[in-house]
Ligand binder design. Structure first.
Ligand SMILES: O=C(O)CCC(=O)C(=O)O
Length: 275
């Protein structure tokens, strides 16, 4: 399908897991009513975002209330559902994991955040996901009606190599559930998505939770960016559905008009320096 309607659900997340699931199910249904056939939730949508919460809210995949809700919602609404992320427990290890569900309610992809969010900006924000989480080690794509879609999570947006590999693998859309904060969000969130989109000539979705009052405060501003680097739609800070009609012909046109992929001097890049 070359043209489809997408919906990014900027969910208000609280400390009550079941309320988060109920609220998410409700928004998914609203997105379906708007005609969306690809729907995406934010990072850490079943729990507050913070290392002290990950173990408590972690579930195994695909057995647990969060997967049950996602599978049911995908099936009942007959949509492809990118289930944001939630903390996953597997063999006593914890991951920040994104699941994807098809319209039959089947799990079709699972991506574990590859670059953990470990930063230290004195007086502003210090965060160390690696205190409790393990990184994933695999790139993951899924097929959405003939379109290859690549997955990343939040801090992964900063690593252009990952996005480039997805482009090389044939992706036309990259989806990043993410929860940027009040320090990095205002300057980096939009810019990083536009950069990944422009560099790789593909669509980028960034889905944030809505702004909360305390703890880790999410920037919001869920965003759809096109292969020209243009922001097609962007939320403010509160809970809302960001809806956008995606025309994949735009990808093909930009790639043809500015054919940078065929013009890359990999003969030089690959010999000058090995990382
Ligand atoms: O890179 C950033 O500034 C924010 C990243 C983040 O919040 C995350 O990875 O969850």
């Amino acid at each position: 399908m070359k043209i489809f309607r997408s919906a990014l659900l900027q969910l208000q997340v609280c400390e009550d897991r079941l309320k988060n699931l109920e609220r998410a199910a409700n928004l998914i249904q609203q997105a379906k009513n708007l005609g969306a056939n690809l729907v995406a939730l934010p990072e850490c949508f079943n729990s507050p975002y913070g290392t002290k919460f990950f173990e408590e809210y972690a579930e195994s995949i695909p057995n647990g209330p969060t997967c049950d809700m996602l599978s049911k919602a995908a099936k009942e609404n007959n949509i492809f559902l990118v289930g944001g992320t939630f903390p996953e427990k597997d063999n006593n290890k914890f991951y920040n994991t994104c699941t994807v569900w098809n319209p039959d309610g089947q799990l079709i992809a699972k991506y574990r955040k590859m670059h953990l969010f470990d930063i230290d900006i004195p007086g502003k924000i210090t965060f160390k996901e690696s205190e409790t989480l393990h990184p994933g080690n695999e790139l993951v794509t899924f097929d959405f009606q003939g379109i290859k879609v690549g997955l990343g999570i939040c801090y992964d947006l900063r690593f252009e190599e990952l996005a480039k590999l997805y482009r090389i693998m044939g992706c036309k859309l990259l989806i990043y559930p993410g929860a940027f904060n009040m320090t990095t969000g205002p300057i980096h969130w939009e810019l990083l998505q536009r950069s990944r989109a422009l560099d790789n000539q593909l669509y980028v979705f960034g889905i944030s939770p809505a702004r909360n009052e305390s703890g880790y405060i999410a920037w919001g501003h869920s965003q759809v960016t096109d292969p020209w680097g243009k922001v097609l739609a962007q939320a403010d800070a509160k809970e809302e559905i960001v809806q956008a009609d995606i025309d994949l012909n735009e990808c093909d046109d930009v790639r043809q008009q500015i054919p940078i992929f065929g013009q890359r001097r990999t003969d030089i890049y690959d010999t000058v320096r090995k990382y």
